[in-house]
Design a protein around this ligand. Structure first.
Ligand code: FAD
Length: 320
């Protein structure tokens, strides 16, 4: 099958610029490339391939019955989009002007790129505790996603850090696998909604360590072997023999670049006119975790990248 372009670039103004090289950005690149829109994708200078490049086994991306290595999956997505002519620049976008009918995107060298549409797929970052060993033990007992990794923690003693809905949800989900789950929270009361709290309080496998924070992570054979909790009032410490730690203290959507131009919600996520991916500015679309509070999975990010590509394609067809 061949595709024809409704609005091919011929005057230095591109049809589509995509910002972000995770599953959302690469899928948007694949679809817009196959629609002959000759997309240009900015994939960041230091974090090409997005969040999945920080993990090893991905067992829940359809099409891989034996699972797939995160970086391998992301390389394959990139190669697939390039096969149809998507252009990739491993560089950061440092400035955007999205307001006019021609949008401008400035790279780190100061070069200004122009396009009729922009797809924003910049993702979000998990908040970290800021402890030594936190990064090196990621994927080795330390995780930020129970849906992604819970399955690997059968019959283990697990600690979940956080006091909001996400922490309660992660803890409750993890009881399907874990021997025990301890929720560690800095304060004496939880922020989570009453219904989520009740669910956690009534679960026999869940216990609570209030007024506590994690002081240190312990490691044995490059795996998490336990952690030290510190009482936030007295400063006293105690060791906990957990071999799993799930950090559920929030996410930061990468939207600083767009502040003042695009509508963001109270938590800084990009607002779109769901179920479409349209933002408040015509020709600008949002996809993946930068929009999504709820699901935050590779497959949902890829799905919304596809939707953004189709929305951009229709918008461009309307201009022709
Ligand atoms: P991301 O993958 O975060 O990609 C966004 C990209 O945009 C990044 O490369 C970023 O650097 C880039 N970017 C941001 N700003 C700019 C800019 N100004 N200029 C250029 N580039 C920019 N999900 C699963 O489904 N299964 C799993 O097993 C799983 N495991 C995970 C394990 C870990 C350790 C982590 C961190 C996440 C995991 N996830 C998993 C979640 C999954 O990775 C995310 O839901 C998914 O990657 C979101 O895709 P995205 O395209 O929206 O954003």
């Amino acid at each position: 099958m061949t595709a024809t372009s409704p609005a091919a670039a011929d005057d230095g103004i591109r049809n589509v610029i995509i910002i972000g090289s995770g599953p959302a950005g690469y899928t948007a690149a694949l679809y817009t490339a196959r629609a002959n829109l000759k997309p240009l994708l900015f994939g960041s200078s230091i974090f090409v391939g997005g969040s999945l490049t920080t993990t090893t086994e991905v067992e829940n991306f359809p099409g891989f019955p034996e699972g797939v290595d995160g970086p391998v999956l992301m390389d394959s997505m990139r190669t697939q989009a390039e096969r149809f002519g998507a252009e990739m620049l491993d560089d950061d976008v440092v400035e955007v002007d999205l307001t006019g009918s021609v949008k401008t995107v400035t790279d780190s060298a100061g070069t200004v790129h122009r396009a009729k549409t922009v797809i924003i797929a910049t993702g979000s970052g998990y908040r970290k505790l800021g402890l030594p060993k936190e990064d090196t033990l990621s994927g080795r007992g330390v995780s930020w996603c129970a849906t992604c990794d819970g399955f690997f923690f059968r019959d283990r003693d697990i600690v979940v850090v956080g006091g909001g809905d996400t922490a309660m949800e992660e803890a409750t989900f993890l009881t399907r696998f874990a021997r025990s789950v301890t929720i560690v929270h800095r304060r004496s009361t939880l922020r989570a909604s009453q219904v989520m709290q009740n669910r956690a309080f009534s679960d026999d496998k869940i216990s609570f360590a209030f007024d506590s924070e994690i002081a240190e992570l312990h490691e044995e054979n490059s795996m998490l072997s336990g952690l030290t909790l510190r009482d936030t009032f007295e400063g006293s410490t105690r060791k906990v023999d957990a071999t799993g730690l799930f950090i559920a203290i929030g996410h930061d959507p990468r939207t600083e670049l767009f502040t003042g131009q695009l509508e963001l919600d109270a938590e800084g996520y990009l607002k779109v006119d769901a179920p479409s991916t349209r933002t408040n500015i015509p020709g600008v679309f949002g996809a993946g975790d930068v929009v999504d509070h709820t699901y935050r999975q590779a497959i949902t990010a890829a799905g919304s990248g596809c939707a953004a590509a189709l929305d951009a394609e229709r918008y461009l067809a309307g201009l022709a």
